[in-house]
Ligand binder design. Structure first.
Ligand code: ZN
Length: 447
């Protein structure tokens, strides 16, 4: 578990009450410390030994558990400005009658910057260190993510209709590919393809994307089988299920991330297994829009990797991965009528290593293993709601309220210290976000 220690001081040594490395599975270390060199984990060793080592910084966390940062595998950060504007509507009416008209009127570089910073601050304080994002002006999102210091996969959005960002899907592809070139060698940001859905992108465009993703070996994320209605409409119109269409066009593979997947036949699941595709489960968004339930238990049984995502704040309305984790664990049991479905440990693995695998980042993040980047968070389990500590994993999954985060690091850089963001300014972010609701109200009243 240790690389040979050199005599030069370590960058950082963290001494928490517990370490939950995720790998090996089920292991909880106490009286252990974690050593960081050059942004990577160089050792996990007994605290007694670690205290003897020289380091630029020793951080003592006496009531905290240190664990991998959570991976939010699906979201639309800028939509946090639209939080609460259209609650309690089903997916298609929510999109067509509320969200799309507001986006057509308001989406701009400023909208994306203000909304994304709000989302990043909320995500960070809820335990996420890695996110996937699909939204217009991904170049602006990339700048915000870079300034925040988080790790991200940005899937540039592809949709046939004209938007403020691009005139059509060819425009989306041209701009997205240019962005991919700009971030080709970036340590923390990867650029992939974000197909809105099979009902909003034509088959010729999907063919082009298949050629490009295969040539470039690039990640692809798509909203897929979000509702039973989506699958039925596709069947009626074309005789094909959306997943079958992707398989036929060569769009399913180990770099494919299928988001939602609430309506799945046995053949669909086999298709996911055969193609090594990933599923991203967004339980709170699916519940709020009454879209359906992703059958996580069946997917796990079949061997499909499942990650976890918040989706955008307009359909959740929180961007808190601890809350998402808890919902996923509870919902899986209700769906199966089995209390053993999705145990706490499996839910936690989905939110960490499962997310990292889906985004193709498992060699860098998702567990606290020597050689991986030091992407990690500390949660304070000394609060009343997590007392007494009978079982660490159970407390994290079932008992946290989402506010327990005290520290966060990405590649060894401290992003939250003692509960305060280091790279982001919450007061400024809230002030800028507060300027938007009046504009939305004026537009909604006028129309
Ligand atoms: Zn989404």
């Amino acid at each position: 578990m240790t690389l040979p220690e050199t005599s030069s001081p370590a960058q950082l040594i963290v001494h928490p009450a517990w370490i939950l490395p995720i790998i090996p599975r089920g292991e909880v270390l106490s009286e252990h410390s974690l050593v960081v060199r050059d942004g990577c984990i160089s050792a996990l060793l007994p605290t007694k030994e670690a205290l003897q080592l020289a380091a630029d910084q020793h951080v003592h966390l006496p009531s905290q558990v240190l664990m991998p940062g959570l991976v939010n595998a699906h979201g639309h950060s800028a939509m946090s400005l639209l939080r609460g504007v259209a609650d309690d509507a089903p997916l298609l009416s929510w999109l067509r009658d509320h969200i799309w008209p507001l986006e057509a009127e308001f989406v701009s570089e400023q909208f994306v910057a203000d909304g994304t910073e709000l989302a990043l601050a909320e995500l960070l304080l809820g335990g996420a260190t890695t996110l996937s994002d699909m939204y217009f002006y991904p170049d602006v999102t990339a700048q915000c993510v870079q300034a925040a210091g988080m790790r991200a996969q940005l899937v540039f959005p592809i949709i046939d209709v004209a938007t403020a960002w691009a005139r059509d899907s060819d425009g989306c592809l041209a701009k997205g590919l240019a962005l991919r070139d700009d971030y080709r060698d970036h340590d923390l940001i990867t650029i992939g393809f974000g197909i809105h859905a099979t009902y909003s992108v034509s088959e010729p465009t999907l063919r082009k994307i298949a050629t490009l993703t295969n040539e470039l070996d690039a990640p692809m994320q798509i909203h897929l089988h979000e509702t039973r209605g989506e699958v039925q409409s596709a069947l009626e119109a074309t005789g094909e299920r959306p997943l079958e269409l992707l398989a036929r066009l060569g769009l399913l593979g180990p770099r494919s991330q299928c988001v939602h997947m609430t309506s799945l036949s046995r053949e669909d699941i086999q298709q996911l297994v055969d193609s090594n595709s990933h599923v991203v489960h967004c339980p709170r968004s699916n519940m709020k829009l009454a879209s359906g339930i992703c059958p996580v238990h069946r997917l796990h049984e079949a061997g499909v990797n499942v990650a976890l995502g918040t989706d955008g704040a307009a359909s959740n309305n929180r961007l808190n991965m601890l809350a998402e984790l808890q919902t996923a664990a509870l919902l899986a049991k209700l769906e199966r009528h089995e209390a053993t479905a999705l145990p706490a440990e499996s839910a936690l693995e989905m939110a960490t290593l499962g997310g990292a695998r889906a985004l193709g980042l498992e060699d860098k993040t998702g567990s606290l293993e020597v050689g991986k980047a030091a992407d990690m968070i500390a949660l304070d389990l000394g609060r009343l709601q997590t007392q007494p500590i009978n079982n660490i994993v159970s407390q994290i999954v079932y008992a946290t309220s989402g506010t327990e985060l005290t520290h966060s690091w990405v590649a060894g850089q401290c992003l939250v210290a003692d509960g305060h963001p280091v790279t982001l300014n919450p007061a400024e972010i809230a002030e800028r976000a507060a300027e938007w609701p009046e504009k939305f109200r004026a537009h909604q009243e006028y129309n």
